[in-house]
Design a protein around this ligand. Structure first.
Ligand code: ATP
Ligand code: MG
Length: 443
């Protein structure tokens, strides 16, 4: 992509409304634009990152055996009357009336709707286990929307729902999602710690919040330092082996980790040595819980067991906020100059800066570099603009691509370019050929 053809509306000044780094940097880097309180548009650079986050989430959901569907954003209030949640949900729910004066709502979550889909088709235990998920916009009229897309009113959510005959099956489904979550967060470059969590408002008895440590986090969290060194299962993990998954979940839940609401200052926490105690702030990026028959019972989602008797299915739900996740990555990975994207979700792999467009050698080198890297499968953002050099550098640092190739008149006369690693800031002067070979791994 040539910058001259791109839409990257970077802001020179720090936006006043942005209180935290991720909000400030996402606005400045032209990733998002606020449309009204807590409601954002995603501009090209932001959309690319959001899509990459969703692609990773999707891969890991599919790997864990979940099946993707897409439910609508608008739901009928009738379903919520059936589950008994319509009145209780309160002001967070955006309630709408259509032209027939029917009561509708913009979904804050989809337990009712997915239970309705399930009960319409599934009759037998032989069709279980079943886990369905979708990635869809949600609306919650938050009391305090803030921090940009970290706590917005409209936000993207991957929500999965599992259906099993009994608690044992539901526990296995829970474990599959637990491990899928460990892998998902690790792949987007985050260390998320599963913490015992309260089960309200949706209810249930088994629940973990996945939390990343960040000073700007809204929740106080307490955990064992051991979590920082634990290894996340690699991609050979066998999701059909319940015993292996149960062992992993045990390992990841044994050390102490709790949010403030669940924190027990006595017992295990008190016994931990001071050097192992982490008392910090955290951002919730995912939440999984088992709630049994809370919806299947009132909504009549029953299946026949092996003896023919009908049972309400045992369910769980599993959420990740991809839009929040993008901001969480920025909170976790930046410096004073801007964002530093992890390789897996960077909007472009490489930024190419032509310091002097119009200079024959600079143009030739830049074009060669751009074409060869693009052809080798790298996504490049090629700054071919007439901006001044300082500003080009600042923008490239702000948008945080992991690698930069800087092409200027001083280097090109001796056939050289500069390669800069965004994270370390280290620069190396090498021949164009060496740079390209190094990147494409052909050395
Ligand atoms: P919080 O306590 O932060 O309000 P929640 O417990 O209400 O979160 P869930 O209902 O478990 O959240 O939703 C699943 C996931 O959706 C959360 O882990 C988070 O990643 C995301 N999410 C929830 N609310 C928001 C929001 N207002 N803005 C952005 N993402 C959100
Ligand atoms: Mg909430």
């Amino acid at each position: 992509m040539r910058l001259s053809n791109y839409f990257l509306p970077v802001l020179k000044e720090n936006p006043k409304e942005a209180e935290i780094v991720s909000h400030r940097m996402m606005l400045r880097a032209g990733m998002i634009r606020q449309q009204s309180t807590g409601i954002y548009s995603w501009l090209p650079l932001g959309k690319k990152v959001l899509d990459k986050v969703c692609a990773i989430i999707r891969e890991e959901q599919n790997r864990a055996g979940a099946l993707e569907i897409l439910m609508p954003t608008i739901q009928s209030a009738d379903l919520w009357h059936e589950s008994g949640r319509y009145d209780g949900y309160g002001k967070e729910m955006l309630r709408i009336q259509d032209r027939q004066e029917r009561y509708m709502l913009y979904g804050p979550t989809n337990e009712e709707m997915v239970t309705d889909i399930f009960r319409s088709y599934v009759r037998s235990y032989k069709d279980l286990p079943l886990t369905l998920y979708h990635i869809q916009w949600k609306f919650r009229d938050e009391v305090r929307p803030r921090f940009g897309v970290l706590r917005s009113r409209e936000f993207l959510m991957k929500d999965a729902y599992s259906f099993d005959l009994d608690c044992k099956g539901a526990r296995a489904a829970y474990n599959r999602m637990f491990v899928a979550y460990l892998r998902t967060f690790s792949r987007v470059g985050l260390r998320a710690i599963p913490m015992h969590a309260e089960t309200e408002p949706i209810g249930g008895d088994l629940s973990h919040e996945f939390i990343i440590l960040a000073d700007t986090g809204e929740s106080a969290v307490f955990c064992d330092r051991q979590y920082l060194d634990m290894t996340v299962p690699d991609n050979d993990i066998d999701f059909s082996n319940d015993a292996v998954l149960a062992t992993i979940v045990r390992q990841w839940t044994e050390p102490y980790a709790a949010t403030e609401a669940m924190h027990d200052t006595d017992g295990v926490w008190a016994a931990l040595s001071a050097s192992r105690k982490i008392a910090a702030r955290g951002i919730e990026v995912g939440h999984i819980f088992h709630f049994g028959t809370k919806y299947s019972e009132p909504m009549g989602a029953r299946v026949a067991g092996s003896n023919g008797q009908m049972w309400p299915v045992s369910m769980g739900s599993y959420g990740i906020g991809p839009s929040r996740l993008v901001a969480a990555v920025v909170e976790a990975s930046h410096d004073e100059k801007g964002i530093i994207w992890p390789e897996a979700i960077t909007p472009f792999h490489i930024g190419i800066i032509n310091i002097k467009p119009g200079d024959i050698l600079c143009d030739r080198f830049s074009e060669t570099c751009y074409h060869q890297l693009q052809n080798a499968g790298f996504e490049c953002l090629f700054d071919d603009s007439q901006e001044r050099t300082g500003s080009k550098f600042a923008i490239m640092d702000l948008i945080g691509l992991p690698l930069q190739i800087i092409i200027g008149p001083r280097g090109t006369v001796s056939g050289e370019v500069e390669v800069k690693d965004r994270k370390s800031g280290k620069r190396k002067t090498v021949s164009l050929e060496t740079a390209i070979n190094y990147i494409t791994g052909k050395q």
